[in-house]
Design a protein around this ligand. Structure first.
Ligand code: HEM
Length: 508
C-alpha cells in the first residue's frame, strides 16, 4: 500500500471520485504526467491483475515497513489462514477490474463506462465499487477457485476517471479509439519507467527509441573542439567583458546547481538557465542573469570559433575562480571541458522543470522563505541531490563565501576582509577562538570579538554548522590550517569542477 499513489478508497478513506480524481491529478503531475497519460496508465495498469482484500484485515500482523527484520519485507502476516492466494489481504479491496485480468485488452473502459456502479465494502471492509447490472459472462473468474465468477470492482480512483469531466472525455476517446489508447499507454509507460534514467545519451542497447522525447530534456550535440589557446583567449574576453567575477561565478553555479543525481535532470549542459522557467526563478537573480547572458551573447557573436552559451557560462566561472586564486597567491588551472550544447524552448518541458527550482541554496546562503526544516538540513538535501560529499560541501561553502557569492550580496558568513580572493579566511575565522557566536535573530548570528565586544561578522545557521557539527568542524579545521592554503584552493577547484561536469556523461 505504501507504493500506491493515492488512497484507493477515497481521500482520507471517504469515497468521493471527483475529489480522488483531483488527488490523482496532483500526484501524477508530480511525475510530470498530464491527464491523458494518467488515464492511460491507470486504465492500462488495471487492465491486468487484481486487488486483494479477501479476509479480516484486523487480524493481520504489522505492515511490511513496520514488521520485524525476520519478516524480510513481508508484512500483514495472517495468523489464522494461509495468507496467500484466495486469502490474500493487502490493500483490503478485493477483485479484478476486467473480465480477463490475465490479458491485455480493452475491457476496462467497456466495464467502467457501460455499467452503473454502486459503493460496496470488500470482505476486508474497504470501500470499492461493484457493477449494478452486469451480465454473468462479463464477470471475471475467481483467480484461485476454478469455475467461480466474481463481480469486477473499481477503486475510487477508477471511478474518478469516469466522473471527472476531463478524465471522462479522455476515457471515451480511448474507448472508441483503441489504437490511440495503446500508443498513449506505451509512451506513458516508457516515460514512467525511464524518466529517472536521465538523458537519452545514458541509454544502452538496441531498443533505444530513435525519437527524441521532450521529457528526456534533449540537448543538441555540438561539433566543435576548443584548443588550449582558444580557451585562454576566451577566458581573457570573459574577464575583460565588464562582468564582475562574482557575476560570472554565480551564473556558472546557478546554471549547474539544478543537477539532481536522483534522476539525472538539471545541470549546466543545455544552458536552460537562459530559458523559461529558469530565467525567471528568484534564486537565479533574473536581472543579474539577463545582464550576464546578454554579455555572453555579445562575446559569442564576435567570435570566429563556435562556442555554446552553456560552455561560456561554465568557462566564465572557471576564469573568475582562477583569477581569484591567483590574486590570493595560488596559481591554479580550473580544468575545463568544452562540449555543452544549448537547448531551445521547444526542447524544454517548462512545467516539468518547475520542480527543479532552487527554493533554498545554502551554498549561496539563501532561503526563498522560512521553512519548517532547518537551513542546514535543506543544505544537506541539496548536497546529496548534487552528488557532493561532506568535505566537498565544506570546501565549496568556505570558498564561495569569501568569493562573495551570497544571493543578493548579503554579507552573512563572508568571514574575510579580502572579499573576492580565494583564501581560506572563512575557515580561519570560523574556528578562531578569539570570537564568540551569539544569536541575533531568526537564522542569524553575530560573530563577536571576545575582547572588544564588537560584532566583527554576521552568519547564518549554514555558516555556523561548519563549526558546530563535529565532523564538519574537523574538515573546517583542516582547511583553516596555515599549511593547507593551497590544499584548500585545490580541493575547492576539484569540487567546483565536479559540480560543473556533473551532467557530462560523455566525460565519465
Ligand atoms: C490512480 C492511481 C492508482 C491507484 C489508486 C491504484 C490502486 C491500486 C490498488 C488498490 C491495487 C490493489 C493492490 C492489492 O490489493 O494488492 C492496485 C493494483 C494494481 N495496480 Fe494500481 N493504482 C493506480 C495506478 C496504477 C498504475 C499507473 C498502474 C500501472 C501502469 C497500476 C497497475 C496496477 C496493477 C498491475 C495492479 C495489480 C497487481 C496485482 O495483480 O497484484 N496501477 N492498484
Amino acid at each position: 500500500m505504501g507504493l500506491i499513489y493515492v488512497n484507493p478508497e477515497g481521500v482520507d478513506g471517504i469515497p468521493n471520485p471527483l475529489k480522488t480524481a483531483q488527488d490523482v491529478r496532483t500526484t501524477f503531475k508530480r511525475m510530470a504526467m498530464n491527464d491523458e497519460e494518467t488515464v492511460a496508465l491507470t486504465a492500462g495498469g488495471h487492465t491486468v491483475g487484481k486487488t486483494h482484500g479477501n479476509g479480516d484485515a484486523s487480524i493481520l500482523g504489522a505492515n511490511p515497513e513496520g514488521a520485524d527484520v525476520h519478516e524480510q519485507g513481508f508484512g500483514w502476516m495472517n495468523p489464522t489462514r494461509k495468507g496467500n492466494a484466495e486469502d490474500t489481504v493487502t490493500s483490503g479491496l478485493e477483485g479484478a477490474w476486467t473480465t480477463t485480468p490475465d490479458k491485455w485488452n480493452h475491457t476496462y473502459f467497456h466495464l467502467l463506462l457501460n455499467h452503473d456502479w454502486e459503493s460496496k465494502k470488500s470482505p476486508a471492509g474497504a470501500w470499492l465499487y461493484e457493477p449494478i447490472n452486469i451480465k454473468e459472462e462479463d464477470k471475471p473468474f475467481d483467480a484461485h477457485i476454478p469455475g467461480v465468477r466474481r463481480n469486477p470492482i473499481m477503486t475510487d480512483a477508477d471511478m474518478g476517471i469516469k466522473m471527472d469531466p476531463e478524465y471522462r472525455k479522455i476515457a471515451e476517446r480511448f474507448h472508441k479509439d483503441q489504437k490511440y489508447f495503446e500508443d498513449v499507454f506505451a509512451r506513458a509507460w516508457f516515460k514512467l519507467t525511464h524518466r529517472d534514467l536521465g538523458p537519452k545519451s545514458r541509454y544502452l542497447g538496441a531498443d533505444v527509441p530513435r525519437e527524441d522525447l521532450i521529457w528526456q530534456d534533449p540537448i543538441p550535440s555540438v561539433d566543435y573542439k576548443l584548443s588550449d589557446t582558444e580557451i585562454e583567449s576566451l577566458k581573457e574576453k570573459l574577464l575583460n567583458s565588464g562582468l564582475t567575477r562574482t557575476e560570472l561565478i554565480n551564473t556558472a553555479w546557478d546554471s549547474a546547481r539544478t543537477f539532481r543525481c536522483s534522476d539525472y535532470r538539471g545541470g549546466a549542459n543545455g544552458s536552460r538557465i537562459r530559458l523559461a522557467p529558469q530565467k525567471d526563478w528568484e534564486g537565479n537573480e533574473p536581472k543579474r542573469l539577463e545582464k550576464v547572458l546578454n554579455t555572453l551573447a555579445e562575446i559569442q557573436a564576435g567570435l570566429s570559433t563556435k562556442v555554446s552559451i552553456a560552455d561560456l557560462i561554465v568557462l566564465g566561472g572557471s576564469a573568475a575562480i582562477e583569477k581569484a586564486a591567483h590574486d590570493a597567491g595560488v596559481n591554479i588551472k580550473v580544468p575545463f571541458h568544452a562540449g555543452r550544447g544549448d537547448a531551445t524552448a521547444e526542447m524544454t518541458d517548462v512545467e516539468s522543470f518547475e520542480g527543479l527550482e532552487p527554493i533554498h541554496d545554502g551554498y549561496r546562503n539563501w532561503l526563498k522563505k522560512d521553512y519548517a526544516v532547518n537551513p542546514e538540513e535543506l543544505l544537506l538535501d541539496r548536497t546529496q541531490l548534487m552528488g557532493l560529499t561532506a568535505p566537498e560541501m565544506t570546501v565549496l561553502i568556505g570558498g564561495m563565501r569569501v568569493l562573495g557569492t551570497n544571493q543578493g550580496g548579503t554579507k552573512h558568513g563572508v568571514l574575510t576582509d579580502r572579499e573576492g580572493l580565494l583564501t581560506n579566511d572563512f575557515f580561519v575565522n570560523l574556528t578562531d577562538m578569539k570570537y564568540s557566536w551569539k544569536p541575533s535573530g531568526e537564522n542569524l548570528y553575530n560573530i563577536v570579538d571576545r575582547k572588544t565586544g564588537q560584532t566583527k561578522w554576521t552568519a547564518t545557521r549554514v555558516d555556523l554548522v561548519l563549526g558546530s557539527n563535529s565532523i564538519l568542524r574537523a574538515y573546517s579545521e583542516v582547511y583553516a590550517q596555515d599549511d593547507n592554503r593551497e590544499k584548500f584552493v585545490k580541493d575547492f577547484v576539484k569540487a567546483w569542477v565536479k559540480v560543473m561536469n556533473a551532467d557530462r556523461y560523455d566525460l565519465k
